[in-house]
Write a protein that binds this ligand. Structure first.
Ligand code: 5GP
Ligand code: ZN
Length: 142
């Protein structure tokens, strides 16, 4: 447990929350400020700050729990789709520094779904930059 971490406190049962699921390695609870009906968070029980720090076994476990919950949201809540979202770093909108996956059920019915697309897809005239970035990233991968 990390000091001053609200998600560690939730896992430890020290902060009120709506629990959905837990197993040996993961814990899932409803987001306090949901973007859609059923929006929840899946966290590793072991504290890791973010995507860069989380060990592979915790990341695998969290992802599998998120998949399981996504399937259940479609079946039980009647969701029409699901977004999984992770924010890594304050500049990427991370506000709680205990790794988490958002599971956001999506609905055609906008009364249940307040999420809007956060970027303008399909910027044109960008082909050279796309190729240059691929050429930079590919040989740098460990
Ligand atoms: P981030 O911005 O780091 O990707 O996501 C943090 C999420 O945690 C936000 O969606 C926010 O609503 C949620 N959150 C922050 N504090 C609490 C809390 O004390 N309880 C619960 N259930 N969710 C929280
Ligand atoms: Zn924590």
């Amino acid at each position: 447990m990390s000091d001053q971490c609200v998600f560690c406190e939730i896992v430890a049962g020290k902060v009120p929350h709506a629990k959905v699921f837990e197993d040996d390695m993961t814990y899932a609870f409803m987001d306090i400020n949901p973007a859609s009906d059923g929006h929840l968070l899946v966290v590793p029980k072991r504290h890791s700050k973010d995507l860069l720090e989380i060990p592979a076994d915790d990341l695998t476990a969290v992802t599998l729990t998120a998949q399981r919950i996504a399937k259940t949201a479609i079946k039980e809540l009647g969701a029409d789709g699901v977004n999984l979202l992770n924010c890594c770093g304050a500049d990427a909108w991370q506000t709680v520094f205990h790794f988490h996956l958002h599971v956001v059920p999506r609905y055609v019915d906008k009364a249940k779904d307040r999420l809007v697309l956060p970027w303008q897809p399909g910027v044109s005239g960008y082909a050279d930059t796309i190729t240059a970035l691929a050429d930079q990233l590919s040989p740098a991968l460990d």
